[in-house]
Design a protein around this ligand. Structure first.
Ligand code: GLU
Length: 322
C-alpha cells in the first residue's frame, strides 16, 4: 500500500474566517475526502504580531459549523503533531541549520528603506513585495561578522540559478525564471522563521501529499520548491484555487467583518446555504442549492474548479437573507 493521501488547511489566526477562507477550506477538505484521505488542520501562528489567540478557537468552531472535520489538528492529537506552528520551532531550526551547513543561506543587513530603494521593479512575489537584488549575498565573511555585532540580520536563501516548472492542478503549467523574486528570507531579523520555510517543513513532516490553497500563494510555490529540493524533502502536488472578491472586485480584508462566517451566521444564513454557494462558485454545482459538504464529495473533481476569480453577486446578501 502506498502512502495515504493527506491534505491540510492552514489558516493564520489573524481574524475570523471569511467566505474566501471557507471556500479554500471546503475545497481542500473535498479533495481529501473524495480520495478517502486524511485531513489536517494546522494553525499558522508563527508571527505573533499578527495574531490574536481568540481567533484560534473561533476558527475551529467556524469550520465545524460549516460541516468540515479533520483527522488531526490542534484539538485532535496525531502522529505528526504539534499542529500549531509556535510549537514546532525546533523543526524549523533543524531545517535552517541544514541550509546553513550547506552554505545555502546568508545574513542580510538591508533595512526596509534600502530594500525599497534598491528594488528596480515591483516584480517580486505578489505576496511579498519587490525583488531582492542580492546586495548582501557577496559580503565577505569578515564584513558579515563585523555587521553582525551591530545588527541582528535576517537570513536569506540563495536561490539557485535555474528556472522552476511545475503543473498546478487548477492553475495549470507554471514556469518561473531565475530572476523571479530573488533570494528570500527564511529567518527574519526579529527572530521568526519565515512562512516559506515553516510551511515546507510542516507539509513535509506532516506527510502532506496534496496542497490546495488560495492562488495568492501560487508564486510562493516556486520558493517552496527550491526549499523542498535543498532540504531533500518530497514535494506534494499543488492546486491553487481562485480567491473570492466582493462585487466591486475588492479582495476581502480580515478587518472587513461583513463576510465572516460569524457575521453571516448571526444574520441567519445557514451553513448549507453557504456550502451551496461555495460549490456553485467552484463550478461543482449548476445552481447554489443548500447542501452539506459531504453532499459534494462524490462530484468533486479538482479539474472542474473554475480558474478565474470569483466575484460575489451584487445582491448576494439579500438573496441569502431575503
Ligand atoms: N497560512 C496561510 C494563510 O492563512 C496559508 C498558507 C498555506 O496554505 O500554505 O493564508
Amino acid at each position: 500500500m502506498g502512502d495515504p493521501v493527506r491534505g491540510r488547511f492552514a489558516p493564520t489566526p489573524s481574524g475570523y474566517l471569511h467566505i474566501g477562507n471557507a471556500f479554500t477550506a471546503l475545497l481542500a477538505w473535498l479533495q481529501v475526502r473524495q480520495q478517502g484521505g486524511e485531513f489536517v488542520l494546522r494553525i499558522e501562528d508563527l508571527d505573533e504580531r499578527r495574531l490574536n489567540p481568540e481567533y484560534v478557537s473561533a476558527i475551529l468552531e467556524d469550520l465545524s459549523w460549516l460541516g468540515l472535520d479533520w483527522d488531526e489538528g490542534p484539538d485532535v492529537a496525531g502522529r505528526h503533531g504539534a499542529y500549531r506552528q509556535k510549537d514546532r520551532i525546533e523543526q524549523y531550526q533543524h531545517a535552517f541549520d541544514s541550509l546553513k551547513k550547506q552554505g545555502l543561506v546568508y545574513p542580510c543587513f538591508c533595512s526596509r528603506k534600502e530594500l525599497r530603494e534598491a528594488a528596480s521593479a515591483p516584480h517580486g512575489l505578489a505576496s511579498e513585495g519587490p525583488v531582492y537584488r542580492g546586495t548582501c549575498r557577496l559580503l565577505l565573511s569578515a564584513e558579515q561578522l563585523r555587521r553582525m555585532r551591530q545588527k541582528q540580520p535576517a537570513w536569506r536563501f540563495v536561490v539557485p540559478n535555474r528556472p522552476v516548472e511545475f503543473t498546478d492542478l487548477v492553475a495549470g503549467h507554471q514556469q518561473f525564471g531565475t530572476a523571479f523574486g530573488g533570494d528570500f528570507i527564511v529567518y527574519r531579523a526579529d527572530a521568526v522563521f519565515s512562512y516559506q520555510l515553516a510551511v515546507v517543513v510542516d507539509d513535509a513532516e506532516m506527510g502532506i501529499t496534496q496542497v490546495l490553497r488560495g492562488d495568492d500563494l501560487l508564486d510562493s510555490t516556486v520558493r517552496q520548491i527550491y526549499l523542498y529540493e535543498a532540504l531533500g524533502l518530497e514535494q506534494p502536488s499543488f492546486a491553487h484555487v481562485p480567491l473570492i472578491y466582493s462585487a466591486d472586485g475588492e479582495r476581502f480584508a480580515k478587518r472587513d467583518g461583513s463576510m465572516t462566517l460569524r457575521s453571516l451566521r448571526s444574520k441567519g444564513v445557514t451553513a448549507e446555504q453557504i456550502t451551496g454557494y461555495l460549490g456553485w462558485f467552484a463550478g461543482l454545482l449548476d445552481r447554489p442549492e443548500p447542501l452539506r459538504p459531504e453532499d459534494l464529495v462524490e462530484m468533486f473533481d479538482v479539474r472542474r474548479i473554475a480558474r478565474s476569480k470569483v466575484l460575489l453577486p451584487q445582491d448576494w446578501m439579500d438573496t441569502l437573507t431575503g
